[in-house]
Write a protein that binds this ligand. Structure first.
Ligand SMILES: [Zn+2]
Ligand SMILES: [Zn+2]
Length: 120
């Protein structure tokens, strides 16, 4: 990712709240709402799935970000910010993960990595 792309991505993340939007939930790794806001750990997630399809239609991830920066209301409707951990948990819930990833995830969930240790 070029510096330019990284800045665009950061802009979009800031626009969408700049932190993980995962609510408090019993089946995620955190107990109260997730407070990760380090943008190195944050990912743009399509609320209703279909991310790869969307990216393809728009010609790749960079294009997708450029598109949503021009269509912010659409961005607010379709995208949310999740940290990497919450994104994996969501994928697991939607059965989008393979075996090795599942092992790693189960390990993560069973330890609940010292609650909130990822937040600064
Ligand atoms: Zn999170
Ligand atoms: Zn979560």
């Amino acid at each position: 990712m070029s510096k330019y792309e990284a800045e665009k991505r950061f802009q979009l993340i800031e626009f969408l709240g700049g932190r993980c939007s995962c609510p408090p939930s019993g089946d995620c790794w955190h107990e109260s709402s997730c407070r990760v806001y380090d943008d190195r750990c944050l990912q743009l997630d399509h609320i209703n799935g279909g991310g790869s399809l969307d990216a393809r239609r728009r010609g790749g991830n960079g294009q997708m970000i450029a598109y949503y920066l021009k269509h912010l209301d659409e961005a607010r409707r379709n995208l949310q910010i999740l940290c990497a951990n919450c994104n994996w948990v969501k994928r697991d819930r939607n059965k989008e993960v393979g075996t090795a990833q599942r092992r790693w995830l189960n390990n993560l969930l069973s330890r609940k990595i010292e609650k909130g240790s990822l937040t600064p």
